[in-house]
Design a protein around this ligand. Structure first.
Ligand SMILES: NC(=O)c1ccc[n+]([C@@H]2O[C@H](COP(=O)([O-])OP(=O)(O)OC[C@H]3O[C@@H](n4cnc5c(N)ncnc54)[C@H](OP(=O)(O)O)[C@@H]3O)[C@@H](O)[C@H]2O)c1
Length: 383
């Protein structure tokens, strides 16, 4: 059983300088907001492996009982939603879960207090404007302000999105999408793409607040994230894949999308935090695929599932992939996993976690994964 001392979490994070030097990794303390989420869970895992002490914020630490001894109130946490975090190597010694909603500034300040770095990954992931925009934007301003107030934070890493980058109908087909691109907010609003509105405005707010408060900010802009799950629930980007396997999608859309592996996204966050030469935005993408490419890869790897074979749009011309550059992250040493491997690992993980029944004869990763060729129609420009 893990004891989570939420009450004295701040004190637990304040590592004395002498002790810090003796600890594994950097011996530093960092805050990860929304720690139990899909991307954040992999980031917490990586940070613990590297020797960091992690203060992870969660909204619902769950059902707990309290017991008070002479000095402290210990809170015994039984929440299944966070159990995967507590099972990580190093969690017993170096993971502190702090209860914090993004709209609770005092709670955010408590979580950030005593930290050397902050990874702000928490965000609603929804197209409901009321649930999306305010928590994303105000929460991000709170995190930057809390980092400035703490006085110990060296750098803040903000998890933005491709949604803050590519939503621009005026972009020509030969333009290479890179960190200089910003989504057109009017277009996002007109098309009711409130997730992209929220992420773009939140990222702009992060840059403004960081400038005003003198905070060192770096940003990662992941595309659609796939790969194995650590958390027990299915998040939005994994649901995007699951629907092609469980029979809920009968057709695929005439659409293109860029994909990246969740382990590479976590790696990108750590690299931009640790590297003194990292600055600005970082497009985190492996490859652009048409949905038809995605379903073909899935059908080839897992023919036992009812993967759709028909496009829902038989009228319009096939959507063309856009070109992009992931050079900034590659310059920091990141080598992206191929998307076919990520899709294979996604499905195996969905099976292991009980979200997909295991059907038919199973093959091993070594036999199957390399057999799936990624169509070269989706060209990743390595410029
Ligand atoms: N997955 C992708 O394809 C993708 C792509 C680009 C960018 N991103 C960005 O990456 C980040 C993580 O996304 P994810 O895919 O890992 O999603 P996720 O699994 O849904 O995680 C989102 C996390 O944010 C927390 N959160 C939401 N609203 C909150 C609030 N008001 N206060 C405090 N915490 C709140 C959630 O906490 P609860 O557990 O309490 O709900 C959850 O831990 C987000 O910023 C997202 O925009 C994701």
């Amino acid at each position: 059983m893990t004891v989570v001392d939420v009450v004295s979490a701040d004190a637990g994070a304040a590592v004395a300088p002498a002790a810090a030097a003796a600890q594994p990794g950097n011996g530093q303390t960092v805050c990860v907001t929304g720690a139990a989420g899909y991307i954040a869970s992999w980031l917490v895992k990586l940070l613990l492996e590297k020797g960091y002490t992690v203060k992870g914020t969660v909204r619902n630490p769950g059902m707990y009982t309290c017991c008070t001894d002479a000095h402290t109130t210990h809170i015994y946490d039984y929440d299944a939603k966070n159990a995967h975090l507590k099972a990580l190597d190093g969690a017993a010694e170096r993971l502190i879960l702090c209860k914090a909603d993004l709209l609770d500034y005092d709670a955010i300040c408590r979580a950030v207090q005593g930290c050397h770095g902050v990874f702000h990954t928490a965000s609603p992931v929804t197209d409901d404007p009321e649930q999306m925009v305010e928590p994303a934007v105000r929460g991000t301003e709170y995190v930057i302000n809390a980092a400035a107030e703490a006085g110990t934070v060296r750098r803040v890493v903000f998890t933005s999105s491709i949604g803050a980058v590519t939503m621009d109908p005026s972009r020509g087909p030969n333009v290479v999408v890179d960190e200089s691109c910003w989504s057109d907010l009017d277009f996002c609003k007109k098309t009711r793409n409130w997730y992209c509105v929220g992420k773009a405005v939140a990222e702009q707010a992060a840059w403004d607040a960081a400038r005003q408060r003198g905070v060192d900010l770096v940003v990662v802009n992941p595309v659609l994230v796939v790969g194995p799950l650590l958390q027990p629930t299915v998040n939005a980007s994994i649901a995007h894949i699951l629907k092609y396997l469980d029979g809920s999608a009968r057709t695929f859309a005439n659409a293109v999308q860029a994909y990246v592996d969740v382990r590479d996204v976590a790696d990108a966050h750590l690299r931009v935090f640790e590297s003194p030469r990292a600055s600005g935005r970082h497009l985190c993408a492996e490859r652009v695929l048409h949905r038809e490419d995605v379903v073909r890869i899935l059908a080839k790897l897992f023919p036992e599932y009812p993967v759709p074979t028909k496009c829902s749009d038989e009228v319009n011309p096939r959507k063309r992939p856009y070109k992009f550059s992931n050079q900034k992250l590659r310059d920091l040493g990141l080598e992206f996993r191929p998307v076919s491997q990520s899709l294979y690992d996604t499905v195996k993980s969905l099976q292991e976690k009980g979200h997909l029944p295991v059907l038919g004869e199973q093959t091993t990763e070594a036999e199957e994964a390399p057999a799936a060729e990624v169509p070269q129609g989706g060209i990743a420009i390595r410029a």
